[in-house]
Write a protein that binds this ligand. Structure first.
Ligand code: CTP
Length: 406
């Protein structure tokens, strides 16, 4: 946030709403008002400039447009603007006379010539009491312009995506539980990506320290049983189910009422939990896509393919959870996207980028409904071939078969 922005709204508000830190100064030390600039180093503007997919200034004042146009770099935002190679979008908002002033219009022309996308302000009643152009474009319009600039469309518009997230916890006594190392970062990144591509997102999440994306429907659960009930309850609304949660495979057969005392060796009997994904597949409706995840430590592709066929899902995202520096609790991950007859390598990248790559693959699974014939129960009677060169082949597994005609 620039100094001018902070005259209108507190950084804390943005931090609370977005779940991200707010940078207010170029320097890591205290700024003139005694507040911490929230930068980790004096070159963070360079790091942020390289990391960002797009730089969006909304609202953009006449002052910031002038600084951008003339390369004045005297704060975090203006230095970042010069340092970034990502698309830049500005959504001006100002008094009508300031907007129409030849200096502002000349600056805008310079910026346009340099590739900056100017999201024209709307006309109407302005904060200063005047009427005319100068009102910032509607946020929805700005968001769509950003997606267009990134070459992304709302390709999941109309989809209701049910995503499971985090790990589940199975109580042993009132203070202890059996859990796993899942942080939920990959799943929350998927929720954010799906939502930014126009989907309505229902996020069924085990305990996680993360903020869910604004506007998604969050259903908080703790145990595998609670997750099962939440998923099956919301499934009829979903058009796409992504089972990315690390569900506990076992739960203690008995949960002690009181805290267990340390009296020597302890043997705990564990019972398997319900396989939620298998149940989701059994209850699927025609047209619902189901994507599973597989955490593997060895023979990733063989185990992943076997899991795909055993579970009868449309696709499975195979993670190698034994690799150092990616996966659990990291911001980076790599995976392989497996379908019945394809394996797409998604090399290590940020989890947010990986989420979009996974969704790109999922979107590719959607085929024109008229070309898809579903047969449940009995084996298909039609003459079919598994030959990838043939024009007709069978996908899917178990009691459900799809004949896809290409
Ligand atoms: N899964 C589930 N319910 C369970 C266990 C797993 O829905 N009780 C789902 C996970 O969300 C994931 C997929 O099944 O989408 C595969 O999870 P994974 O732990 O890799 O496989 P398991 O089925 O547990 O098999 P195994 O542990 O033997 O590899």
């Amino acid at each position: 946030m620039t100094d001018a922005a902070r005259q209108f709204i507190q950084p804390l508000t943005f931090a609370a709403l977005t779940g991200h830190k707010v940078i207010t100064s170029l320097w890591p030390q205290l700024d003139s008002e005694g507040s911490d600039g929230n930068t980790d180093s004096s070159i963070e503007h360079i790091a942020e400039a390289q990391w960002a997919d797009a730089l969006v200034v909304a609202p953009a004042t006449a002052g910031i447009l002038a600084k951008f146009a003339h390369g004045m770099a005297d704060d975090f935002l203006t230095t970042m603007y010069l340092a970034t190679t990502a698309p830049v979008l500005v959504a001006p908002a100002m008094n009508v006379n300031m907007w129409e002033h030849p200096a502002t219009q000349a600056n805008l022309e310079l910026l346009r010539q340099r590739g900056v996308r100017v999201i024209e302000p709307d006309a109407g009643a302005l904060a200063c009491g005047m009427v005319g152009p100068g009102r910032m474009a509607e946020p929805e319009f700005i968001a769509n312009s950003v997606l267009n600039a990134l070459g992304r469309s709302h390709d999941l518009a109309g989809e209701v995506v049910l995503i499971t997230a985090g790990g589940t916890r199975e109580a042993l006594d009132p203070v202890r539980f059996l859990g796993n190392r899942s942080s939920g970062k990959m799943c929350y990144a998927l929720a954010e990506a799906a939502q930014s591509r126009g989907a309505k997102v229902i996020l069924v999440s085990g305990p996680s320290a993360l903020y869910p994306p604004a506007h998604c429907e969050l259903v908080k659960v703790t145990t595998a049983d609670e997750m099962r009930a939440a998923v099956l309850g919301r499934m009829p609304d979903a058009t796409l189910v992504i089972k990315s949660a690390a569900v506990a495979d076992y739960r203690p057969s008995v949960v002690a009422d009181q805290k267990l005392k340390r009296t020597g060796p302890l043997t705990v009997e564990l019972l398997p939990t319900e396989d939620i994904l298998a149940e989701v597949v059994r209850q699927r409706k025609p047209g619902q896509l189901i994507v599973g995840f597989a955490a593997e430590t060895e023979n990733r592709l063989e185990n992943g393919r076997a899991k795909l066929l055993r579970k009868g899902v449309d696709a499975i995202v195979v993670n190698d959870v034994s690799r150092e520096g990616v996966g659990f609790d990291s911001d980076r991950n790599g995976a392989t996207f497996l379908t019945a007859n394809t394996a797409t390598d998604l090399p290590e990248m940020s989890k947010r980028k990986l989420a979009d790559r996974i969704l790109d693959e999922v979107v590719g699974l959607r085929r024109p409904q008229s070309l898809l014939v579903e047969l449940s129960g009995a084996e298909p009677q039609a003459q079919v071939s598994e030959d990838p060169e043939a024009e007709v082949f069978v996908a899917g597994a178990g009691s459900r078969r799809q004949i896809i005609i290409e």
